[in-house]
Design a protein. Sequence first.
Length: 339
Amino acid sequence: MANNDCCSNNSDKINVNIGFKAKPKQLIFIGRDYWYAFLSWINMFHAHRNVEPGLYYTGNRYDISTPMIVTANYHLTVFLLWRTLKGRNERILVIDTKGINVWCSSGKGQFNVQQIMLQLERYSHNDLTDTDELQIILPKLSLSGISLKEASLAGLKPVIGPIYRHDIPKFLENKPYKDCADDRYKFNLRDRLFTLPASLIQFGKHMFKGAVPLFIWHAFFPTGIHWQPIALGIFIGLLFITLFPLIPGRRFGTKGIVLGIALASLQYYSSDHTLQFIEQLGYTLAILGLSILFALYYTGNSGASNYSLVKKDIIALIPVSALLILGAYVTVMIIGVTP
């Protein structure tokens, strides 16, 4: 982790010593930070360790003439940015987003100008810039929480940086820096595959918890149905992620409904009508319910989601998904007590 206990959660003590001006720190990560980054990824961006907010530099010395890149204090974000800038002499301003990544914290209003100014005020003006205006580079995905006008009024000169971190070195090599306002988040197969293992592991945990009542019921009333929902949930997640752009619908909830109907239809016609009505009903309810549930769950793992639409989908479809899954449980119970 960064030196001087960079990753310790001491952000509440920043302004304890009034009048004391902090000094920029060299950003250094060591072996265990690779493990922390891995855990954050596998647990689908749930923070295991946050980086202490403040001003850092990536080279061997602090250079006031180098650009200042603003980012969140989510460990994985800072770690990946550090790896991208390794070997370069750049400045990174880490703001307090409560350990949440850039996209999510900006959507929740935590990545904002106030947090930027709060960190900058900790440092002497001479440590920040040798002009009246401080140029900062903002990640493109932070703009939902950042007011560029407010930043300018605060004496900042904001520049919109790239969406993808691998584009940052090339961006920094071309001065004056050009706003990447036209950059688009592609959410292509590579982006989705990055989220796939973690999403399936996380969703699989929920499926395992949901299958516990089925295992218990099966112990007393044999149904033959217990582990199948776990496999079904993971299979639905795999299809949803890989086929995401091909599934009709703009909203994630709509995509979940479409995928659920398609899979339920496929299951019905592939079974050669050998299942009893109650069994077929149970499969249909489970497939539809889990498809909608995974679609809504995946909104938090995708930079392609729209916050306002997600809220509407959750309010409208979570009850529907819950009722469908509850209906599937009821069918299993009926199968267990039916001769």
